[in-house]
Design a protein. Sequence first.
Length: 325
Amino acid sequence: MARLFSIGEVLIDFIPAQKGVALKEVVSFERAPGGAPANVAAAVAKAGGQASMITKLGEDAFGDFLIDTLNNVGVNTEYILRTKKANTALAFVSLKEDGERDFSFYRNPSADLLLSEDEISDNWFNEGDILHFCSVDLVESPMKQAHVKAIKVAKEKGALISFDPNVRLPLWESAEECQATIREFLPQAHLVKISDEELEFITGIKDEKEAIQSLFTGVVKAVIYTKGAEGAILYVNEESFSSTGYKVTVQDTTGAGDAFIGGFLYKLIEKNATISNLESLLKQEHEDILSYANASGALTTTGKGAISALPSKQEIYDFIEKQKR
């Protein structure tokens, strides 16, 4: 079976014990492993797929905790390097009453940003594998260049490239730099996932359909447009396929989008997706793939944290069947 590789940040999310208060007013936090690329790798691994994380962590207790957490859910950690030059990244999260989040990040820099291009091997990827990345670790740093090399090598080996911008503006020098960097990397991906909150910011276009079409640049073959509880729309060439979301009692939306794309990518691996068959496969199997991805995202919001709340494949299938009754 093909493998998923996620590259980017692995960090600790500190989740507040109480909802509906500003971050400055939170009294206590609960530690939760996270980082969007890591969440995606964990979602694939928990479903039974082969998933590896490419990053760097500090030689500290938080780094040890993250390695243990990923190993426990089945993510391969052999491509995670350690350093004494920086600490593992931390993020403090405030939850509003509706489960939405307010972030405060601690990384100046964090260890993940120190992964360099010469630490990316030419021999990691094979045809049919998937390399997934986000934008948080594309700030100017050695890690940005590590992404450039990983994408180049993976494409040369015939791997699918998946990009979820996952915009986090507080981590950038300016909104303009964030937007420009995302636009720089978009053409390198075969598959792009983008949320309704990000579309206009990234494209600069107000009209939804026009904005979506503008994303088909470079080698982009498909765009997944997510709308939270309302589901998602998959765009392939001139065709679009809609799916409805699932109604659940939301505890924490952290990692919901990651669980969605993780479920989506797991299904691509399960169905033997390749660069050449991606478009036809998505057209034929969109209903099954989107249903699974929506359920994965929805179930994750019913717990706290991201990795710890990810459902198993059986839990996803049971949930889908229950919704049909």
